[in-house]
Structure formats: structure tokens, C-alpha cells
Write a protein that binds this ligand. Structure first.
Ligand code: ADP
Ligand code: MG
Length: 720
């Protein structure tokens, strides 16, 4: 009988092409058709009601019940007209995916379709099965979801989806969205205050985000024949193919037809959902691709990214493909990240990270730039923790991904500007002087955007008019890193205002006061700036000398959440209270342990039930062969050598798997979750994963190809 692998390979060859045609040649004609956006709302609601909703969105205030009733009715009418029968609150629990619980509009007793304001505004999903880090004991399963009117309602899979926050009955956040929304207020508060030093007209500052999403695509049948991909999202075994990414031809090559059909399909659906996808291309590794939207206000960008991942999963099904969002699905080829392009934009239309021709605006630009650099320096460990996960650990610090060291890349031009500003610290500025000229900041070329050196090795890079946080993992919910970034920058901006005021109280003119503070901050945060090759071994050494952290594993990186200063920081900005911070720490540790456990089990199962039996059968064949040759008095040394090698790896495989299982049993008795996570990292993952993999990958090279049970890398990566 053919192995699962052989059957799967057969299926791949027989795949028919699946093409789709967009509803119209122009995207503008179907963009947002599945969204109850502002335009649609304006048409459907009375002007006074619409105004109230807009105000509530703008100010983040509550929508009163009668307004909610009107919105509910309008939404229902629209949804029914589109053939929708169910609605759901759509939220982002700390599991990392999105959650839904569908209810029907149909009211049997009334015999009609109903949708009340109460159902729009609030729901009580059975929250007991979502992680809560001990906030609620499981028997008290009450949590509720509450409508977030700032993110538009949409139709997905014939269901009306209402974006909501998810909180416990006692009010603690159980999701990613709640703190993100609060962090937007925190940074708005701080940034508006700083902007007012330059321009009294600024009333609001909002963070913008554009997320570049990397992913791998494999055939569905091949995926299904790899239990490790199914269970862990990652291949735990697999020898590198003869041809990896060393030819670097994939990046520039044309997109394979099957994948292109898939892209076109999910882009159409994304556009209908108002997700502004704009670019698609191959990535560095074979089988790896990227999609990116045009940036949006941060909360919407995060929602859209979560929705996009769901959507891609669903659409891939139609093309008999499987999308891998795991950070490192294949050893030896590039991993996947999610570059978070972040900036701050005022209600007067100014991007605060956009250098300009006007000297005054440039001082403002530098103020925000320096504040961000200082934030990364002061809180690098928090930023590191925000992207920590079992899956991202395989990517961070691996040779082709940003290292676990947080550093900032600014590019030559800006580095010079900051250096000069720092150096000119002692220049005396007299009344009537052109301060900007004297300090060398009168002109920062506007063309920086095209000028920024493309340093791809930095985890946090300035790219012309925005910062790009690249260390975020491809499977992550960006809510957490973006909440963190907003909070730490808000923190520095708040401190900055105080420092500037101090200078002014000491009699300094405002501009001078600002410059003095900037100089100090530039000096203080200098160590975090790095322009060289972030992937090099020298940088790790240099970073250590500079005293920068290099927290390579998740459990270690998460320790920062137990620090008093962390809890106070989040509390001070009204983003998370200390219970919520503690709960998140627990949830992330729990998640880490589970992931390592699953991988460890998958490794054990595959080794014991697939690899070892296959290798033994092959070994028997060899023994038969060796004996046969001997009987004929012929040289059997080749067979004997191979038998020895197979035996050696079998031996090592068996003993390491047994020892790993024993270790797991022992560790599961450890009650302290921090200790358990750290032990799983050291005593399970670090102690056994590589050894076990080494033995299996060697056996893959020895055992005859026909009987090898696992789909090989060359098949996963190159067949489509
Ligand atoms: P790359 O990094 O590949 O050169 P782009 O410059 O095209 O990419 O931008 C990547 C992402 O950054 C896109 O999603 C884009 O919309 C987004 N982006 C561009 N300008 C800003 C900005 N001011 N704020 C936030 N994101 C932005
Ligand atoms: Mg980029």
C-alpha cells in the first residue's frame, strides 16, 4: 500500500487550476461591500444619530441606548438584504486567534428577524474556555463582550461580525483589543501635549499601522501528511533540500500560478471586507510570500490583520492549499515575521515622523524621533517581552531574523543629525541667532524616505517617515507589541514635557529648552542605536559590552512582567492594572509550556510510530542483503556500514525520546509556572529537540526514499 506521503504526492499532481474573476475590473467598485462603514451608516441613519455615533467614535465615549437601537436596526436591515441570517460578537481573546459565537436574527416567538441594541452592544459568551490567567476561576464563567464602534461591523462567511472588546465580569481585560484602545488614549494624551509646544491647533494624535504579513504556502495534502505541521504548525523534522534558498532566485522570481490564483482570490475577499491590501510578492525562502495593506489607524489595522489571517485560511481551502503563519515552519530557510510600520499622525494631518522643509516642524519631528529611540532604550525588555512566544523563539536570533537584542536603526543621515545635535551641546545660542542653523537641524532632507538605507537586519528601524518594528512574529496578534510601543513612547513623552517645563522654569526659551532636553535624551539612549549588521556575531558581543539585553527565550523574556516598575508603568497610563499584567504573564507562560509540550509529544510520536519502525524495516532489508552477500562470499561491507549507521541513529533516537518523556513527566509536577516554563525551555527543548532532530534527519538520508513516511522538505517547498 502506498504511504500517506506517496498518496499526498499523487494528489498534488492531479490538482485542477482554481481561478477566480473579480466582481468588477475596478477594486473601487467592490471595496468595502461587506462592511457597514461610515458611508453606509451615514446613508442609513438620521443625520443627528449619525453625528452621535461619529462623536462617540472620535472621543471614545459610550453610545446611548436609543442611538444604539437605531444603529442595530440599520445594521440588521443591511445584513438581511445581503442574505445574512446570523450575527456574532467578534473578539480577540488571549489565545491569539479570534473568537465568535453565532446567534440567529430569527425570533421564533415573534416570527420575525430581530436585532436589538442590547445584542449589538453586549453579549455574554461562555468565557470559561478562554485563557484568563487566574482572573476568573473556571466555574465563574462570566465575561462579556462589548461593541467597539471605532472598528466597522462586517460580514464574514454569511455572518454579521461586530468587533468587540472582551472583559471579565469584574472589568479586567481578557483580550488584546481593550489595552490597545486604552494605549491609543495614553499616547494621544502625551503626544497632544508635546505637539502643543509646536502647534496649538493639534487636538488629537493617532497611531497608524501598516502590517506586512509573511507566510508560507504548502499543498493541503502534503500538509495533512505531516502530523507535525498539523499539530504544531512547524516541521519538527526534515533534512534541508539539496537546493534551499541559497540561489536566492525565489525572491525575484515570478509567483507560482497556483499561489497567484490563491492571492487574487483572498485579495478580492479582503477588499470586499475593506482591508486595503496593496502589495503581494515572493519572499526570500522558497514557498514563502508576503502581503501588505495600506496603513490604517492602529486599531483597525490590527483587526484587519486578524481578519486577514482567518480569511486566508478559509480561502486557501478552496485552492487545496494550507497557509503557514508559524514563525519558523522549516529549519534552514528563512522564518516569517510581521513588520509593524508605525507612525503618529495628528488631526491637522501631520505625520510626526515625517521630516520636512520647515525648521520648526523638523524640531517637532526630532522630538518624536528622539522620544521613540529613548522609549526603545528605556523599555527594551518590555518590547522584547511583547513579541515573545514559543514559535517566535525559533526565529529571533536564528541567523536570518532580527536578533532578540532590541536596537534602533536610523540610517546615516539621521544618525549624523543626532550626533551633531549631541556634539553641539555646548554651542551657545544667543537671542536672535538662527538656532536651527547653528545646531545643524535647519534642513533634514525630505528625501530621507528614499534615502534610508535599507538595513534589513534591524529589529526596529526608522524607514523614512515611520518606524518599522520587525521582530514581531508572523502568527502574533499585533495588539500586544503595539500596545507596548504606544505605552512606552507615551511614558517618555510625558517625562519629556516635565523636563522641558523644568528648563523653561529655569528661564530658558521654549525652543532652547526643547533642544536641551533632546540633547540629553540622545546621549542617554545612544547605546540602543546600531547601524551595522544585526545578524552578525560581532553585534551580539558589542551589544553585551553596551549592556543591552539579549533574552533568547520566552520564559526569560517574560520575567519583566513581574517587575513592579512594569506594573506601575501600565497602571500609570491606565492601560492595564497590576492584576491584568500578572494574568498576561501567566497566560503567556502557560501558552509557552503548552506549545513546547505539543512539539515534544509530536516529536516523540513521530519518532516512535513512524521513523523508528521505518528505519527498522529498512535495517532488516539491509541485514538480509548483508547475509545474502556473505552466503555468496561477496563483499558486504557497504550494507554492514549502513546497518551500523542506521543502528547508531536509532539508538540515539530511542534513548533521547525516552529520556525526554521522562523529563516531561517530572516537570509536570512543578507547580511554579515560571519555573516550569524555564525548565521546559532548558530541560526539554534545549536538551532534546536538536538531538532528536539530528538523528531523524540523518536517518532520512540513509533510509530508502520510497519507504520514508514523512513528506520531505523538497516536496513541501518546491512542489506546487
Ligand atoms: P517596505 O518596508 O517593504 O519598503 P513600504 O514602504 O511599502 O514597505 O511600506 C510598508 C508598510 O508601511 C505598508 O503597509 C505601508 O502602508 C506602511 N506605511 C507607509 N507609511 C506609513 C506611515 N506613515 N505609518 C504607518 N505605516 C505606513
Ligand atoms: Mg518592511
Amino acid at each position: 500500500m502506498a504511504t500517506l506521503r506517496q498518496q499526498a504526492l499523487g494528489m498534488v499532481q492531479a490538482r485542477p487550476r482554481v481561478t477566480v474573476t473579480p466582481p468588477s475590473p475596478k477594486i473601487s467598485e467592490y471595496f468595502g461591500t461587506n462592511v457597514f462603514g461610515n458611508g453606509r451608516m451615514k446613508e442609513a441613519l438620521a443625520p443627528s444619530v449619525f453625528k452621535k455615533v461619529m462623536e462617540a467614535i472620535d472621543k471614545g465615549t459610550k453610545i446611548d441606548p436609543s442611538t444604539a437601537e437605531e444603529v442595530a436596526t440599520a445594521v440588521k436591515t443591511w445584513a438581511l438584504s445581503k442574505g445574512v441570517t446570523h450575527f456574532t460578537h467578534w473578539f480577540q481573546p488571549l489565545t491569539g486567534s479570534t473568537a465568535e459565537k453565532h446567534d440567529s436574527f430569527f425570533d421564533m416567538y415573534a416570527g420575525i428577524e430581530k436585532f436589538k441594541a442590547s445584542a449589538l452592544v453586549q453579549q455574554e459568551p461562555d468565557a470559561s474556555s478562554f485563557p484568563n490567567g487566574g482572573i476568573r476561576s473556571t466555574f465563574e464563567a462570566r465575561g462579556y463582550t462589548a461593541w467597539d464602534p471605532s472598528s466597522p461591523i462586517f460580514i464574514f462567511e454569511k455572518t454579521l461580525c461586530i468587533p468587540t472588546i472582551f472583559v471579565s465580569y469584574t472589568g479586567e481585560a481578557l483580550d488584546y483589543k481593550t489595552p490597545l484602545l486604552k494605549s491609543m488614549e495614553a499616547i494621544n494624551d502625551a503626544a497632544v501635549e508635546v505637539c502643543q509646544l509646536f502647534d496649538r491647533n493639534v487636538r488629537k494624535v493617532s497611531p497608524s499601522l501598516g502590517i506586512e504579513q509573511e507566510y508560507f504556502v504548502v499543498d493541503k495534502a502534503l500538509f495533512a501528511a505531516r502530523p507535525d505541521l498539523v499539530m504544531a504548525g512547524r516541521s519538527v523534522f526534515g533534512h534541508s533540500p539539496a537546493r534551499g534558498q541559497q540561489l536566492e532566485d525565489h525572491y525575484f522570481g515570478s509567483i507560482p500560478t497556483r499561489v497567484k490564483d490563491f492571492m487574487v482570490d483572498f485579495e478580492i475577499e479582503a477588499h470586499k471586507l475593506g482591508i486595503p491590501l496593496s502589495t503581494r510578492h515572493n519572499e526570500v525562502a522558497p514557498g514563502q510570500f508576503e502581503v501588505a495593506p495600506i496603513y490604517e489607524e492602529i486599531n483597525k489595522a490590527v483587526d484587519h490583520n486578524q481578519l486577514l489571517m482567518d480569511l486566508m485560511d478559509k480561502v486557501a481551502e478552496k485552492h487545496s492549499l494550507k497557509v503557514l503563519f508559524h514563525e519558523k515552519p522549516f529549519a534552514g530557510v528563512n522564518g516569517s515575521g510581521k513588520h509593524n510600520n508605525w507612525s503618529l499622525i495628528t488631526d491637522t494631518g501631520v505625520n510626526l515622523f515625517q521630516p520636512s522643509n520647515s525648521a520648526r516642524e523638523n524640531l517637532q519631528f526630532l522630538t518624536f524621533l528622539v522620544a521613540t529611540v529613548k522609549a526603545v532604550y528605556d523599555h527594551s525588555d518590555l518590547l522584547r517581552a511583547s513579541i515573545a512566544s514559543a514559535s517566535n523563539d525559533f526565529r529571533l536570533g536564528a541567523n536570518e531574523a532580527p536578533p532578540a537584542i532590541m536596537s534602533v536603526f536610523l540610517g546615516g543621515t539621521l544618525s549624523d543629525v543626532l550626533d551633531e545635535l549631541e556634539k553641539n551641546g555646548n554651542i551657545k545660542i544667543e537671542k536672535g541667532d538662527n538656532m536651527y542653523m547653528k545646531l545643524g537641524i535647519s534642513k533634514i532632507p525630505e528625501i530621507i524616505l528614499d534615502n534610508t538605507d535599507r538595513n534589513r537586519t534591524s529589529p526596529f528601524a526608522f524607514t523614512g517617515n515611520k518606524f518599522e518594528f520587525r521582530a514581531v512574529g508572523s502568527s502574533a496578534n499585533c495588539g500586544l507589541p503595539m500596545t507596548t510601543l504606544n505605552v512606552i513612547v507615551a511614558e517618555v513623552l510625558k517625562g519629556m514635557i516635565k523636563d522641558i517645563e523644568k528648563e523653561m522654569n529655569a528661564g530658558k526659551e521654549k525652543k532652547i529648552a526643547i533642544v536641551n532636553v533632546l540633547r540629553k535624551y540622545i546621549k542617554d539612549s545612544k547605546k540602543v542605536r546600531f547601524e551595522g549588521d544585526g545578524y552578525s556575531a560581532e553585534w551580539a558581543k558589542e551589544a553585551e559590552k553596551r549592556g543591552l539585553s539579549n533574552l533568547k527565550s520566552t520564559p526569560e523574556a517574560l520575567d519583566i512582567y513581574e517587575k513592579k516598575a512594569t506594573k506601575e508603568l501600565y497602571e500609570r497610563h491606565n492601560v492595564l492594572n497590576h492584576i491584568e499584567v500578572h494574568a498576561r504573564h501567566e497566560i503567556m507562560l502557560e501558552d509557552y509550556i503548552k506549545k513546547v509540550q505539543i512539539e515534544s509529544r509530536v516529536m516523540g510520536d513521530l519518532a516512535l510510530n513512524h521513523i523508528i519502525p521505518t528505519a527498522i524495516l529498512y535495517q532488516n532489508k539491509l541485514i538480509e542483503n548483508a547475509n545474502g552477500l556473505k552466503g555468496l562470499s561477496l563483499d558486504n561491507s557497504a550494507a554492514v556500514e549502513t546497518i551500523k549507521e542506521v543502528s547508531k541513529h536509532l539508538e540515539s533516537l530511542k534513548s533521547n525520546v525516552t529520556a525526554m518523556v521522562e523529563t516531561r513527566k517530572k516537570l509536570n509536577k512543578e507547580d511554579d509556572i515560571v519555573k516550569r516554563a524555564k525548565a521546559y525551555q532548558k530541560e526539554v527543548k534545549e536538551a532534546y529537540f536538536d538531538k532528536i532532530r539530528y538523528a531523524v534527519d540523518k536517518l532520512e538520508l540513509l533510509v530508502d526514499d520510497e519507504s520514508w513516511p514523512l513528506v520531505k522538505y523538497r516536496e513541501l517547498l518546491f512542489i506546487r
